[in-house]
Design a protein around this ligand. Structure first.
Ligand SMILES: [Zn+2]
Ligand SMILES: [Zn+2]
Length: 289
């Protein structure tokens, strides 16, 4: 069967996904018969070497080097995807190291707060849960579940870990403009991820954000996304056209952390076309290389 569809948003154990880069790529290439997959781990490109090694084994399949960067947005965060960037760029790696160091300082602070609140979890058990990945709040949530302090990840975030929660610690991140520039300087294109979730679903606020990011050099908008309904897809497609952005799409696969999302097909109705997207992205990326 001819490969036609793609997934431009997926996570592995290198950040907060539950499957290794090898498994994510193999699932995309074999089980899902995709033509291309972007492995877009949070603030790291460390999974890409392993992903390439697996991708090479599958004829007609393409791995797109990617990343999902957390950028400032008011006192919150937005996610910016980068595609076709040079994963060996020393400038890129130096900036990612800053984010990673900050994240490493943040986790012990969150754990200390939880300890103060009477929940006994340790840095060691959280590190064990994260394995080789970048430790993040989902791993802390799992430690709370294992200890019986909460029933599931949702409860862990609602009660303690979410923004303004009693164990929330603010994150170090770059501005939107710096994040976009970081991607461009590494030869990649910058795409705003899951616009549905920025600005709490307030569509007017989203448009203002998209307009200002387009001025800062944003190249694309993640129009097709697992939880975007038909109306939202239509709306975001119109915004992409209005601001001259490439409409991209992906599932945001995380494995068991988000069990209802599958690679390529999302929650069942995702279909992202190679032909309509990849040539445009590649051409745009060339303008930064
Ligand atoms: Zn995201
Ligand atoms: Zn993501």
């Amino acid at each position: 069967m001819e490969r036609k569809f793609i997934d431009l948003h997926s996570h592995s154990t290198v950040s907060d996904g539950s499957e290794s880069p090898t498994t994510v790529v193999r699932t995309a290439a074999v089980d899902k018969n995709l033509k291309a997959l972007a492995l877009s781990d949070h603030d790291t490109v460390e999974g890409l070497d392993e992903a390439y090694a697996e991708a090479e084994k599958h004829e007609g399949f393409e791995l797109i080097p990617a990343i999902e960067i957390s950028a400032e947005y008011g006192d919150g965060t937005i996610h910016i995807l980068g595609y076709f960037l040079d994963r060996h760029s020393p400038e890129l790696l130096a900036k990612l190291k800053v984010l990673q160091d900050a994240r490493e300082e943040r986790n012990p602070q969150i754990i200390a707060k939880l300890n103060e609140l009477g929940m006994e979890i340790t840095e060691e058990e959280v590190a064990e849960i994260a394995g080789k990945g970048v430790i993040g709040r989902p791993h802390i949530a799992r430690a709370l579940i294992n200890r019986g302090h909460v029933k599931n990840t949702e409860e862990a975030f609602d009660k303690y870990l979410a923004k303004n929660g009693p164990a929330y610690i603010n994150k170090e991140r770059f501005s939107q403009a710096d994040s976009i520039k970081m991607i461009h300087d590494a030869g990649g294109v910058a795409v705003l991820a899951h616009p549905k979730y920025v600005h709490g679903g307030d569509l007017k606020g989203v448009e203002e954000l998209i307009a200002s990011m387009a001025e800062q050099g944003l190249d694309g908008l993640e129009v097709f996304y697992s939880s975007h309904n038909k109306k939202e897809v239509k709306w975001f497609k119109e915004l992409a056209d209005k601001y001259g952005l490439i409409a991209t799409g992906g599932s945001d696969f995380h494995g068991v952390t988000k069990p209802d999302i599958e690679i390529g097909t999302g929650m069942g109705n995702l279909k992202v076309s190679y032909e309509e997207i990849i040539p445009k992205l590649r051409e745009k990326a060339k303008s930064y290389q």
